[in-house]
Design a protein around this ligand. Structure first.
Ligand code: NDP
Length: 297
């Protein structure tokens, strides 16, 4: 298949591109920057047409946990435009296309689910009234990817958890503090931590692209969620380092701001029910083996 991949230069996108090419597909990335085997968002917007493709995937998104940027209106606008704006453009181009892609796969986040200790969530849950910034963002992000009923293109939306891999995301950010024995729990440590191995999330996108029977929302989280405390202890144990330190709630709120700190300080239990029912098999279902694979030399 010819796959058009928005945000293909990012952490998940690099693994997904490789997984697709290894399986004989071809990939054209959509990027903000002109590059080899890529089109720019600007080109798509000015041409108002999709390049010839069988699948469209969107992974674009300004990093919401970039602590180097001040959390202000401009940052929020970039977070919004890079997800919702880009989805709207792609949905519009799919609707206008004379040769429709077979499948459209959009990335989303488990931030869609409300934070509570009282309930376990799977893909059937429908968020009616968002109560936080993150819930509102996630709901609008999903709405922006919906195709009209009249469209023949199959749609899959993947609600991604925290992606663990050696060369990106949270592991890359926290490797050295943990390596020097400075790692520790964040806040109470009791909050659920929805993780997924980078190879599993890339393979789940491939599964969604290739499998004609898959549609609708899938949770991109491992079937064995753990608490932040368990993750911290496993991280330290695999590196053979102590994890005595902790990051208090107020420090996290100071660094990330109250709106974003919920992502790290609060949690809930999310299960990949439809993902498993769709026949997807996780290569790394448990945190210990996932971390051993990620941190191996
Ligand atoms: P990355 O941070 O690696 O970024 C993905 C790509 O988005 C970048 O390569 C970049 O492509 C593009 N991008 C960044 N900022 C902007 C912007 N302001 N406007 C337009 N495009 C932009 O993301 P990941 O690969 O980690 O994640 C992919 C998607 O999955 C994102 O939407 C993310 O929110 C979501 N997700 C990721 C999770 C994770 O743990 N990694 C967890 C939950 C959801 P270029 O520079 O080529 O334009």
């Amino acid at each position: 298949m010819k796959v058009l991949l928005g945000g293909g230069t990012g952490f998940i996108g690099r693994y997904l591109s490789k997984a697709l090419i290894d399986r004989g597909h071809s990939v054209v990335v959509i990027s903000r920057t002109p590059r080899l085997k890529a089109v720019t968002w600007q080109q798509l917007e000015s041409q108002q047409s999709l390049p010839d493709c069988d699948a469209v995937v969107n992974l674009s998104g300004e990093n919401i946990l970039n602590f180097m940027r001040r959390w202000n209106d401009k940052y929020k606008q970039d977070v919004y435009e890079s997800r919702i704006g880009k989805n709207k453009l792609l949905v519009n181009l799919i609707c206008q296309a004379t040769k429709k892609p077979k499948v459209w796969v959009s990335a989303h986040a488990v931030g869609y689910y409300p934070v509570t200790d009282e309930k376990e969530f799977d893909e059937e849950y429908v968020l009616k009234t968002p109560k936080t910034y993150i819930e509102s963002l996630c709901k609008e992000w999903e709405n922006s990817a919906v195709l009209p009923d009249t469209e023949s293109t199959r749609h899959v939306g993947i609600r991604i958890g925290v992606v663990l891999g050696p060369d990106g995301g949270i592991i890359q950010q926290s490797y050295w503090p943990f390596y020097f024995g400075l790692g520790g729990v964040i806040g109470s440590g009791k909050q659920y931590f929805h993780w997924v191995h980078i190879k599993d999330i890339a393979n789940l996108f491939v599964h969604a692209i290739e499998n004609e029977l898959v549609s609708g929302i899938l949770n991109g989280v491992a079937p064995d969620p753990c608490t932040n405390e368990t993750f911290t202890r496993v991280f330290g144990a695999v590196l053979n380092r102590p994890t005595w330190f902790s990051v208090p709630e107020f420090a996290m709120k100071f660094a990330a701001g109250t709106e974003r700190s919920d992502i790290i300080l609060k949690g809930n239990k999310v299960i990949p029910k439809r993902t498993l029912e769709s026949g997807f098999e996780f290569q790394y279902p448990d945190i210990k083996n996932a971390m051993k694979d990620i941190l191996k030399k």
